[in-house]
Design a binder for this molecule. Structure first.
Ligand code: NAD
Ligand SMILES: O=C[C@H](O)CS(=O)(=O)O
Length: 484
C-alpha cells in the first residue's frame, strides 16, 4: 500500500452529496499500479441510479451556492487551493501509483492543477455584465451573466488532477455545482480532491465524484435535463458520442479532445533549443499528453543534425517506476497503449521508416516502452494521421515552408502545434496559417492557467483556463426595462 503522510486521503468510496458511499449493489472495480500490476485498492462500481442521486443533490444545493457572494465562493476555492499544496506530496504519490508518471511530473501536475483553483477563485469575482445604450426612449438595456446550472464532468486518466480542477475551478467559481466521473484508471486522485474540497468547506452536493460504469453514468449525465452543461476531456471518439447523447437535452458542451501536434523545425532554428523543446513536448508523461508533439517535421538542411542531437537527448531518458528518484519515463497506462505504439512503429517501418533508437517493449516488462525515434517518416504512415499517445518521436523531412504548413494542417485535429524559427517574418506567416487552437513558438511547453487551452476542428469546443474559461459555465441574460 501507499506510504502517505495522511492515509485518509486514499479513499475507496465515492463521494456523493457530501457522503462517502459504496455502489448500491456493493460492486467494486480494481485500481492497479501500471508500473507493477499491483492492486492499489478498489472503488465503487456505480451506475445511472447513483449518478442520478448526485445530480439531484447538486440541483438541491445549487440555489444556496449561487446565492453566496462571489468572494465567499472565492474564499472556499482558495482554501481548496491551499489544501492541495499542503498535501501535494501525498497527492503526487497517489497519482504516480495509479497513473505511472514520475513523482517529479506528478508534483508538477498538482501545482498546475491547484493553479486553476487559485486563478478561478479570482476570476469568479470579475464576472461582469454590461449596460447597452438604449435604442428607444423610456427603455434601459443591460446584460447580466448567470451560472448555467448543474454541470457534469468526465475526465481522462493522463492528467488525473489537473483535468478535474480545470473544470471544477470555473464551475464552482461561477456558482455551478459539479458531478464528476473520473477515469476508471485514476479515481484515487479525484477522490483525494473531493476530500480536500470537503475540508475546504465546499458544501454537500456542490462537488460529487461518482466512480464506475462509464457508459451508464455518462448516459445519465447526458440524458438528464437537470444537467445543463457537460464538460468532457478525452478522446475525440467518446467526445463525439457524448455530443450526440447530449443533443436531446441541448446541453452546453465543452470538449477537450484528441490531438495530432506538428512540431516544425525550420533551418534557421536554434537546434539545441529545438531538441530541448521536442524532448519536453514529446516525452512528458511518457508521450501521453494531448498536446505532445505527434509529428516532428525538420527542414532538410538541418535534418541529420537534428536527428543526431535528438538521439543523444533521448538516450539520456531514464525509464522505470515513477516512484523511483531519477526516473523520468514511467510506464504506459495499459497494454492497449503499448500495442498502439507498436502498431505505429511496425506500420512506419513497413512503409520505409528507420528505427534510429528504441523501437520495442522495455526490458522492465509490464507496460514500459523504449523511448523511440523513427527517421524517414512520411505522410503515408499511420503515425501521421493518428495520435500515438506514447514515447514515439517520428521525424519527417520537409523542403519548403508551404510544404510543411500543408502537411501540418493535413489532419482532422487542431489542438496544439509548435515550431522553431528565429525569423520574425516566418514566425508570423507560419503562426497565422497553422489551423490549431494553440501555437508554441520556440517552446515545447505552452500550458498554464492564464492562457486559453483548447482546439479547433475535431480537437474540441470551448476553452479551459484563462478568462475565457469562465464563459463556458455562464449564460447571458438580456434585461429590457421599459417605462423608465
Ligand atoms: N484536449 C485535452 O485537453 C485532452 C486532455 C487529456 C486527454 N485528452 C485526450 O484523451 C484521450 C486519452 O484519454 P482517455 O483514454 O481517458 O480517453 P477516453 O475518451 O477513452 O476516456 C475519457 C473519459 O471518458 C470516459 N468514457 C469512456 N467511454 C465513455 C462513455 N461511453 N460514456 C461516458 N464516458 C465514457 C472514460 O471513462 C474517461 O473517464 C486522448 O485522445 C487525449 O488526446 C485530451
Ligand atoms: O493531456 C492533456 C493536458 O491538457 C496536458 S497539459 O498538461 O494541460 O498540457
Amino acid at each position: 500500500m501507499l506510504n502517505l503522510k495522511d492515509p485518509s486521503l486514499l479513499k475507496q468510496q465515492a463521494y456523493v452529496n457530501g457522503l462517502w458511499c459504496d455502489a448500491d449493489n456493493g460492486e467494486t472495480i480494481p485500481v492497479t499500479n501500471p508500473a507493477t500490476g499491483a492492486l492499489l485498492g478498489t472503488v465503487p462500481n456505480m451506475g445511472a441510479e447513483e449518478a442520478r442521486r448526485a445530480i439531484n443533490g447538486a440541483n438541491a444545493a445549487f440555489k444556496a451556492w449561487r446565492g453566496l457572494l462571489a468572494k465567499e465562493r472565492s474564499a472556499i476555492l482558495k482554501k481548496w487551493f491551499e489544501l492541495m499544496l499542503a498535501n501535494s506530496d501525498d497527492l503526487a504519490a497517489i497519482m504516480t501509483a495509479e497513473q505511472g508518471k514520475s513523482l517529479t511530473e506528478a508534483k508538477g501536475e498538482i501545482t498546475y492543477a491547484a493553479s486553476f483553483l487559485e486563478w478561478f477563485a479570482e476570476e469568479g469575482k470579475r464576472i461582469y455584465g454590461e449596460t447597452i445604450p438604449t435604442p428607444a426612449h423610456g427603455r434601459r438595456l443591460m446584460v447580466t451573466k448567470d451560472p448555467i446550472g448543474v454541470c457534469a464532468a468526465i475526465t481522462p486518466w493522463n492528467f488525473p488532477s489537473a483535468m478535474i480542477t480545470r473544470k471544477a475551478g470555473p464551475a464552482l467559481a461561477a456558482g455551478c455545482p459539479m458531478v464528476l466521473k473520473p477515469a476508471a484508471q485514476t479515481p484515487f486522485s479525484a477522490l483525494a480532491l473531493a476530500e480536500l474540497a470537503h475540508r475546504a468547506g465546499v458544501p454537500s452536493g456542490i462537488f460529487s465524484v461518482v466512480t464506475g460504469k462509464a457508459s451508464a453514468i455518462g448516459g445519465e449525465m447526458t440524458a438528464n435535463p437537470i444537467v445543463r452543461k457537460l464538460t468532457f476531456t478525452g478522446s475525440t471518439q467518446i467526445g463525439q458520442l457524448l455530443m450526440r447523447q447530449s443533443a436531446d437535452t441541448v446541453k452546453k458542451l465543452s470538449l477537450e479532445l484528441g490531438g495530432n501536434a506538428p512540431f516544425i523545425v525550420f533551418d534557421d532554428a536554434d537546434l539545441d533549443a529545438a531538441v530541448e523543446g521536442a524532448m519536453a513536448s514529446k516525452f512528458r508523461n511518457s508521450g501521453q499528453t494531448c498536446v505532445c508533439a505527434n509529428r516532428l517535421y525538420v527542414q532538410d538542411k538541418v535534418y541529420d543534425a537534428f536527428v543526431e542531437k535528438l538521439r543523444v537527448a533521448v538516450q539520456k531518458l531514464h525509464v522505470g517506476d515513477g516512484s523511483i528518484a531519477g526516473v523520468n519515463q514511467g510506464p504506459l497506462i495499459d497494454q492497449n497503449a503499448v500495442a498502439k505504439v507498436e502498431e505505429h512503429i511496425a506500420d512506419a517501418v513497413a512503409k520505409g521508416a528507420k528505427v534510429e533508437l528504441g523501437g520495442k517493449r522495455h526490458a522492465l516488462g509490464h507496460t514500459f516502452f523504449e523511448p523511440t525515434i523513427l527517421s524517414g517518416v512520411t505522410q503515408a504512415m499511420n503515425v501521421a494521421r493518428e495520435e500515438t499517445f506514447g514515447p514515439l518521436a517520428p521525424v519527417f523531412r520537409f523542403h519548403s515552408d508551404d510544404e510543411v504548413i500543408a502537411m501540418a494542417n493535413d489532419t482532422e485535429f487542431g489542438l496544439a502545434s509548435y515550431f522553431y524559427s528565429r525569423d520574425i517574418g516566418r514566425i508570423y506567416k507560419v503562426a497565422e496559417q497553422l489551423e490549431y487552437g494553440m501555437v508554441g513558438i520556440n517552446t515545447g511547453l505552452i500550458s498554464n492557467e492564464v492562457a486559453p487551452f483548447g482546439g479547433v476542428k475535431q480537437s474540441g469546443l470551448g476553452r479551459e483556463g484563462s478568462r475565457y474559461g469562465m464563459d463556458d459555465y455562464l449564460t447571458v441574460k438580456y434585461w429590457c426595462v421599459s417605462g423608465i
